[in-house]
Design a protein around this ligand. Sequence first.
Ligand code: ADP
Length: 540
Amino acid sequence: MPSIPGLQARLSEKLRLALVYRLARELNAELSSAEVLRRMLHAAAEALGTPHASIVALRKRELLAAYALGGDNEADPRPVIERVLANGLAGFVLHNYRTVIVNDLTTNPLWMSLPDEPLSPQFGSALCVPMIHSGDVVGVITLSHPARSYFTADAVNLVTTLSEMGAAALSNTLLLEENRQARQRYSTLFDDVLVPILITDLDGNIQAVNRRACEFLAYEREELMYQNINAIHRLGTGPISGERFDHLTRGLEVRFQSSIWTRDGAECPVQVYARRVNDAVEGDYIQWIEHDLSSQVELEQLRRDLSAMIYHDMRGPLGNVYTSLNALQKLLADYPGASVRTFLEVAVRSERQVQRMADSLLDVQRLEEGNKLLNRNNTAINALIEHAIEQVRPVADDRHVRLRLGLGDELPLLYIDADMIERVMINLMDNAIKYSPDYGIVTISTASSGQEVLIRVKDTGPGIPREAQARIFEKFERVKHRHMPRGVGLGLAFCKLAVDAHAGRIWVKSDDQSGSTFTVALPVEAPATRELPLLGAAAQ
Ligand code: ADP
């Protein structure tokens, strides 16, 4: 039945209230955004008796969804609505945030002439209302009627009320849907990611795990739930403790290496990244990412074993070279050509150097693996130093560097791996000579100080910048010196490991005025050591 002009004017207040109340109740139920739009559309068209009506939802002014009444039910209303939004009445309303009444569609240029479009009647009147929420247009509702001047002020008020309610409901449902989609995406990602991830509460109780974590730990998902993260990590007090926990609770990312126990009792090395996450939906939790390091560790072990084997096996042939060179030296002792003897000396010296390098590399590996010192003996340190000096003297002579000795009297014996400590001293002296200018002076001194013996190697070289002084004891750390010889940065790392293994200390004092002084402090060990001075004297 076609409505007659002015009908809405007679819509009783009671009817209007009933309608608004019904729609409010419907919109309050948990609906999808599509359902909110459809209910809005039907409610408005029914209340005003309009045969044509359309509603669009927008996000950032882009068309999100569109529904229409009065056109071809089968046809998708979007193409025509897109045109209207671009150039027609709905577009004008959208841009101006204003309700518009068109009393005569035939004369208003905003009503686009679309003769073949059943959705867009060619005559009558129309009402177009923006749906505004929090200052933003989230949709537009358009009603049209074949009669001219059909929409009264009352009708406008009613549609405005409905559109306000609809706008709020639409925004909320869109937000909810977006949230749901984001969570869906996150949960797919969480489960599919190829790294084991565990989620715990702040006490470490596991609340969620991804598929990879279950595979890695060989547990069913349910079995892991409510276990504690401490129980699956092999750490004395577990990750949820001490300073680490303190960092976590302060929101800092915590990284550490640990081992994880799988269900079948296997122990797997892992690199853990843990972070506290505080999100409005899930609340406060800790996210643990556990990188499986087993293949890395295996590879590293293989590399270590291989290099240890090489260093070890190098020593045999090197020993043969040394013995042969020695024999040659003896045979040629009376040989008239001095240069032959010099060549031989260089060869012997270089062989010794390579031998020391192989020994030190092997020691570095053993000490890094925490192996104990095996060849400790009571040793007279001064004799050791003198022997070491003889090894480096030819290099010093080549450079005209003077080696000055200041050995302390009556030093206690030291219970040390003499071969290792001699290589430490040779390394320090080698460096001192290497970094000294020609005609420089290297002073080597020993002294007793409390429960320690101090051995100092002082040079007149370029010095070491303060900020690099701690760093140079790490592997592969070098300081760039202009016009200075190059090395690999392993010598001091070996020295530190060796001295640490003896429970000693090593440090450097340096400035660019007076060169560098390296000091090694070795503890005078157990009383038994001091009770045997005669042994040391005999050794000297
Ligand atoms: P390398 O000498 O093979 O580079 P080291 O571990 O022996 O390795 O030394 C590490 C770095 O420390 C050197 O590269 C050098 O920069 C610095 N260094 C060591 N000894 C001295 C020294 N006596 N004088 C100046 N710099 C030194």
